[in-house]
Design a protein around this ligand. Sequence first.
Ligand code: RIB
Ligand code: NA
Length: 309
Amino acid sequence: MCSKIVVVGSCMIDFTCFSPCLPKPGETVIGKSFEIKYGGKGANQCVAAAKLGATAAIVASLGSDTYAQEYLKIFKKEHIDTSHVRIQENQHSGIAQITVADNGENSIVVVVGSNASLSLEHVNHAADVIRNAAILLCQFETPLETTLHALKLRKGYGLSIVNGAPAARNVDSALLELCDIFCVNETEAEVMTGVQPLGLSNMQLAVEKLLDKGCNTVILTLGEQGAAYASQKDRTIKLISATPVKPVDTTGAGDAFLGALAYFKAYHPGLSMDECIRRACVVATESVLKFGTHASFPTRSNLSPDLFV
Ligand code: RIB
Ligand code: NA
């Protein structure tokens, strides 16, 4: 059976310190607790979609360590198709060093490890899965040339969503032109455009610059403020607001949003963009109320049935 959503993206092992605050440069902070969990933007987005009930597949590259074996078990548990997950000999799985502060903010350093080996040939091998899905979802933690290749291979077969995270400076305009929806948060938008999207007029400016670079539709996620979007057809941004909450851990909130967006686009293709974004914001908001990434992503039964009609 074909998966409705395919992610070509990263897996990371998250080494997370919970701390009263984020350390300043040169500062040592005494943390409160430490956890090893499973993350990576690609895998997180895939799990977020699967938890909502999507059939999903991941094309990814893990290292030759026990973490990789554990990760395969997690994918199995979420019923994610792993037939295109490769184990790279003599490489370590990607890792993320994460600090989560009491106010829910986080900072992350990623060492991509085996994710760097996600190759064009690997993507070619998964061509059927990539072409037959309703949605292709990619991020920037795996090589950009591989993402570009996946988008080329997919051209003419259906919707592609790219999450430009983490921030990248020189993104090939071909990549931006090939994806239907390009989604970034405020910091990522600033790195790509030089405009800090604070306030309506700067949001509009940043989004316009991304449209000028070739994006078809741009979604700018705004944390607790929700998201804004615009397209080549209608370049004036539309704001979709989210319900403000008191977050405990915002790690992976963007991934919850992207996984949910892919879910609603795949399973409710008749919904307007406004409505898909609004529903994806609801899912992301849920995720910041719980610690961790996967564990904080809601399942369908945790959410109002209204979201699924
Ligand atoms: O978006 C959150 C994710 O970013 C974490 O799980 C970490 O692995 C980094 O990739
Ligand atoms: Na969370």
